[in-house]
Design a protein. Structure first.
Length: 630
């Protein structure tokens, strides 16, 4: 029979897995990802000294590659212990325009020919044929565009606002590039204007995002400089031959990963590992495929979804399955410890009321308390709750990244406030570092944002993200409320029984002079049934408050009512997104419908996934503040 509420589900799920172990090593270890350093490249369309600027671009990229290779070992040791492969690569992201962009593409090709791990991802502000026409005014730029485009690892063709490439389209491409970059490499002169989408505008946007900026001046007498924020100050340095400036830049970009707790930091103890390893990630994989996977009827969206899965699916499935397992372990162990605490009280009272059962009662009390202490010690030592909450936050963040990738956008790195509490959240530091590494390894899919693509993406976001989550919350809200109501009713009934039993015992004492507890005898012997009734009433008067306290502790730890309220608030936020998306459906009105743009879809995805992630972070911060593990 299916459980009627979350309380019953947690109790039955834990009991069903607590005594049988089936090791699944894949679930215990996070999928490894390589170290990826992402460099955005921008600059002027006309470059007077192409040879000098091109050589400087290649020199900077080679320096970055050397530093990344040197950091790869520490990166892998910190995140994956000695088990992770020491893999790394440089990813250059640009528009492949004339001038600096194509000089960078030539440098990438030269470095790749020398077996340096480097790849080129291209973001076009519109369809490639339309963008190529803008290059015809520059000698050789069209041919270079065709040549370099064939060797690019991924090419994203954004949607245009008009029939020609305008500044707004260039600005949109610039925003996408910066969302997939760790720093900006730019070649520009001091007289550049700041129109939207231009080189100076892009530099200003990078500075707004606190991204480091390496400047290669067009004027030969000016040095190459780097500007970035370090120690809460914006600093500017010259890049001198033999200096460690580039290494400091890489260390700054990888600060979270390189300072993460060493090793995978996923130890749960033999019981926790055995419990978690019973879960089958196949279910979570099927769920991912249902939402973002095998959608053959949605070409041309399908090929883009396959690339999104290639980047994020393994980590997303692992985090989803592991978070579910840890939630069951944490909730179930606490719930059963509270129920066992009632048994410990019963053992203690039975020895006092029935002297002949004193030894058995004390033994059962000692055994039960030992089991509770063992679970409490393991939960605290291996931080089961912290593992669960940080993994669930990471899973929601990966879900956010996957949906944003459908619109070509990348995620901005922001550490949740609780991550800074290092004393209690060491495991959260590892989860934040792993999340950042996975996001850095992911990129935008190769796709052309045609009206057909955007229409299909619009339907996918509406159906599989927004409406699917609304249906989920509709069921979960009632599921959590029923748990709260059942526990509240049980607590109230137990207190009522305790009051009635205590009153009954008191009446018997007044009527027959009975004490009826702790082995004392009444002055005048009472009938045997009355003595037994008094003993039972005294026992119930002691046991029922203990049972009510256990139920109250389960309510306090489970946060069922609070979860129901947060689910309700999140559902309301999703409903607002659904209404907006509904207005853009093709058949929403006889007059037609507003054209769907990738920027609009990205905003709706951010609104929906931010609500989902915020819901998890909110109750995560609340549960972290509770001192009681088990």
């Amino acid at each position: 029979m299916a459980p009627a509420n979350q309380f019953q589900k947690s109790a039955l799920d834990f009991l069903g897995k607590a005594f049988r172990f089936r090791r699944n090593k894949d679930l215990l270890e996070a999928p490894a990802v390589p170290l990826v350093i992402r460099v955005a490249v921008a600059g002027h369309l006309e470059v007077p000294d192409r040879e000098r600027v091109g050589s400087l671009i290649e020199a900077v990229l080679e320096d970055v590659a050397t530093c990344a290779q040197g950091s790869a070992t520490q990166f892998c040791r910190r995140l994956f212990g000695d088990k992770g492969p020491v893999a790394w690569k440089i990813r250059v992201v640009s528009q492949l325009a004339a001038g600096v962009d194509q000089l960078a593409a030539a440098a990438i090709r030269n470095m790749a020919n020398r077996q340096i791990a480097i790849e080129h991802h291209v973001v076009l502000p519109g369809p490639r044929s339309r963008f190529r026409k803008t290059l015809e005014a520059y000698q050789g730029a069209g041919e270079g565009f065709d040549s370099f485009l064939t060797t690019a690892a991924r090419v994203l063709e954004l949607d245009c606002q008009s029939s020609s490439i305008e500044n707004e389209d260039l600005a949109q491409a610039g925003d996408v590039i910066l969302s997939h970059a760790d720093f900006l490499l730019v070649a520009m002169h001091e007289l550049a204007d700041d129109h939207a989408g231009g080189t100076r505008w892009l530099v200003e946007q990078a500075l707004e995002l606190a991204l480091p900026v390496i400047r290669i001046p067009m004027e030969s007498e000016q040095p190459v400089t780097i500007e970035w924020s370090e120690d809460e100050r914006r600093q500017k340095f010259e890049i001198l031959p033999g200096s460690d400036t580039c290494q400091r830049l890489i260390d700054s970009a990888l600060k979270v990963e390189l300072t993460a707790p060493e090793g995978s930091n996923q130890a749960l103890g033999w019981f926790g590992s055995g419990y978690v390893s019973q879960f089958d990630p196949g279910f979570n994989e099927k769920e991912y495929d249902r939402v973002l996977g095998h959608l053959n009827q949605l070409e041309p969206l399908q090929s883009a979804l396959e690339l999104v899965a290639q980047d994020l699916k393994a980590a997303k499935v692992w985090a989803d399955c592991r978070a579910s397992a840890l939630a069951e372990l944490t909730r179930g162990s606490f719930l059963w410890c509270m129920l066992l605490s009632f048994w410990a009280v019963a053992g203690a009272i039975s020895g006092l009321i029935f002297p002949s059962m004193s030894t058995l009662g004390k033994a059962s009390e000692l055994i039960v308390l030992s089991v509770i202490a063992w679970f409490a010690g393991n939960a605290h030592r291996y931080s089961w709750r912290t593992h669960w909450l940080s993994t669930r936050v990471a899973e929601r963040s990966l879900d956010h990244s996957a949906w944003l990738s459908v619109t070509g956008r990348g995620s901005k790195f922001r550490r949740a406030p609780y991550v800074h509490d290092r004393k209690r959240n060491r495991d959260s530091d590892w989860a934040a570092a792993y999340l950042k590494a996975v996001r850095r390894n992911a990129s935008f899919p190769s796709a052309m944002f045609s009206p057909n693509y955007l229409s299909l993406a619009h339907k996918l976001v509406l159906t599989n993200l927004v409406q699917d989550q609304i249906r989920y919350y509709d069921g979960e809200i009632d599921f959590q409320r029923k748990a709260e109501e059942q526990l509240e009713t049980c607590s109230r009934r137990m207190i009522q029984v305790a009051v009635l039993a205590t009153a009954f015992s008191l009446l018997l004492s007044l009527q027959f002079g009975l004490v009826g507890i702790f082995g004392q005898q009444a002055p005048d012997p009472a009938p045997q049934w009355i003595s037994a009734a008094g003993t039972l009433a005294s026992a119930l008067g002691c046991l029922m408050p203990a049972a009510a306290a256990a139920a109250a502790a389960i309510r306090f730890a489970g946060e069922y009512a609070q979860l129901a309220r947060r689910f309700t608030d999140t559902r309301i936020a999703l409903e607002e997104v659904r209404v907006s998306l509904d207005r853009h459906l093709p058949d929403s009105s006889p007059e037609g419908h507003p054209e769907v743009s990738s920027a609009y879809l990205a905003r709706q995805v951010v609104a929906a996934t931010a609500a989902l992630k915020g819901e998890v972070q909110e109750w995560s911060s609340i549960l972290r503040g509770k001192a009681l593990e088990v």
